[in-house]
Design a protein around this ligand. Structure first.
Ligand SMILES: [Zn+2]
Length: 143
């Protein structure tokens, strides 16, 4: 069964809807919280997915954890800031500020291609549908 929009926010804060593995047509991933049978090894070995607190459902999303932000989340944030100009720590802050429902609406707007309106991919510089270069927002100002 397909995950809901909210369930597509992985425990680490990454939005599965923006992942190339979720977006691809062939052998698509159902999302971090989906069935494990369609996961790549790198996802199955994910430190956050394998965190004991996540695995036994003590924590649904990392920002609710007593240990937040732990080393694993800080490392992920660093890696995604550098490679994809995306910050899960900033996104967690936004979720806390505006609530999940509004965050998801903002997210869908923010990640829609300005040219064709299709969903952009966080791992790609151009729109997967029409090839329009993705507009990066400023990580420091959020604009
Ligand atoms: Zn496009």
């Amino acid at each position: 069964m397909a995950l809901t929009r909210e369930q597509l926010i992985a425990p680490c804060g990454l939005d599965c809807a923006l992942c190339y593995r979720f977006q691809r047509r062939k052998d698509a991933c159902s999302g971090c919280r989906g069935d494990i049978s369609d996961k790549l090894k790198s996802c199955l070995n994910c430190k956050i997915k394998n965190c004991a607190l996540i695995k036994n459902n003590t924590v649904e999303i990392c920002s609710d954890c007593d240990q937040f932000p732990c080393e694993a989340i800080k490392n992920l944030d660093k890696r995604y800031r550098k490679s994809y100009r995306l910050s899960v720590l900033d996104d967690f802050k936004r979720i806390k500020t505006v609530g999940m429902a509004r965050y998801l609406r903002e997210q869908d707007k923010k990640w829609a291609c300005t040219k064709c309106g299709e969903t952009l991919c966080m791992h790609k510089d151009v729109c997967p549908s029409c090839g329009e270069p993705r507009e990066y927002y400023d990580l420091d100002t959020g604009n």
